[in-house]
Design a protein around this ligand. Structure first.
Ligand code: NAD
Length: 364
């Protein structure tokens, strides 16, 4: 008999081309009247357009978001929001921008509306990450979950192919880990498998033609499903490693996800065969880890830590930091296992399948 718990989260999603035009209406729906916008330099033009449309409801804008949510930066933005008299935060941008909104929501009672422009999926989750003293810590608090998310595929056509590819791999990672996560249930698994299917087709087509609005819509739909899965299902080893590599070594989150995912998937495959079979089915390939690696290559997403500028001499420390605090994973992973995953990932080896064994790689 089936037995499961599905914890649905209270967020409202408005999806479709032009949905950004509904921002003022959605602010009103929350009973709010003064908006503090958060954005970064790439998405500032969209924020400016939204500020104009908000008219008298616009309070102020902050447009200098840095990746990985540095704690010192967030404190300043929180003060600026308070001084502006805002009663609502609207984030316009990728996961870094959404992350600032969450860090502010954590210590204020300001509700957030997210207008995501990448495939990071953070807008659907109650998970926040803040970096201090070179370490990125994550936590879970439903107060940081955006009340409303406006998904507008038109806002993603300016994403360059390299960001489309890396961010798409990040969303794929949410689906893959969501399928074998500790709290996976039949509903999240449906979302995750459909997410993989939508992302594979949408991201590949959007990398080929960034202006293909249909592909953008499909990729964003997949990213939404991926985020909604991540929100409910705890993540595992892959995400722990990625947070260490991003927070401590300053590597870009999407790119790191692209490199690590095939190796983490191979490592977990024996312990989570059904989950990986569902990934393979959604990708229409025989073997998920190989399929993920080959997909990354096909969209020119990074496949090695060396190409991201990681130093081989830092791999020991990165492995240690990844296992410093206990973490759930379908297959237990200690220093030795993580160090070996990092070695494969450093060199960008193709994670070949060896029948009856663990491992794992061949040069490309
Ligand atoms: P990002 O927000 O830093 O964006 C990546 C790059 O894309 C940036 O240079 C940005 O300026 C640019 N960009 C964004 N939108 C654009 C657009 N429409 N056109 C052109 N350029 C655009 O990175 P990301 O990959 O979106 O998110 C990564 C961050 O999100 C990490 O800090 C990660 O930890 C976090 N994250 C958190 C969760 C969560 O649930 N808490 C989930 C996923 C990711």
């Amino acid at each position: 008999m089936r037995s499961f718990t599905y914890d649905a989260l209270p967020s409202r999603v408005v999806f479709g081309v032009g949905s950004r035009d509904r921002l003022a209406e959605e602010v009103e729906r929350l009973g709010r009247s003064r908006v503090f916008l958060i954005t970064d330099s790439a998405t500032k033009p969209v924020a400016d357009e939204l500020a104009e449309a908000l008219g008298g409801r616009f309070a102020a804008v902050f447009s200098d978001v840095q990746q990985h949510v540095p704690i010192e930066a967030v404190a300043g933005v929180r003060d600026a929001a308070r001084t502006s008299g805002a009663d609502c935060i609207v984030t316009v941008g990728g996961g870094s921008t959404t992350g600032y909104g969450k860090a502010i929501a954590l210590e204020s009672d300001l509700p957030t509306i997210a207008v995501p422009t990448t495939y990071a999926g953070s807008e659907m989750t109650p998970i926040y990450g803040i970096t201090s003293d070179g370490l990125k810590r994550t936590g879970r608090d439903v107060r940081v979950l955006p009340k409303t998310v406006l998904y507008d595929p038109e806002l993603t056509v300016t994403l360059p192919p390299s960001v489309t590819a890396a961010s798409g791999m990040n969303a794929l990672a949410h689906c893959v880990e969501g399928l074998y996560g500790k709290d996976a249930d039949p509903i999240t698994s449906l979302m995750a498998e459909e997410g993989v299917r939508a992302l594979i087709g949408g991201v590949a087509a959007a990398v080929r033609d960034p202006g293909d609005l249909e592909a953008r819509g499909e990729a964003l739909y997949g990213a939404y499903l991926a985020g909604a899965t991540l929100a409910v299902v705890g993540m595992a080893l892959h995400h722990r490693i990625c947070h260490v590599l991003g927070g401590t070594y300053g590597l870009q989150h999407g790119e790191v996800n692209s490199v690590i995912l095939p190796h983490a998937a191979r490592f977990n495959q024996g312990a989570a065969p059904e989950a990986l079979a569902r990934v393979a089915r959604a990708m229409a390939v025989d073997d998920a880890p190989l399929g993920l690696f080959d997909f990354a290559v096909s969209i020119s997403a990074p496949t090695s830590l060396a190409e991201l500028g990681m130093r081989e001499s830092d791999l020991d420390e990165a492995a240690r930091l990844s296992v410093d605090t206990p973490m759930w994973n379908p297959r237990p992973a200690g220093f030795r296992e993580v160090r070996s995953i990092l070695a494969e990932a450093f060199h960008g080896r193709r994670p070949v399948r060896v029948e009856g064994g663990d491992a794992v790689s061949s040069p490309r």
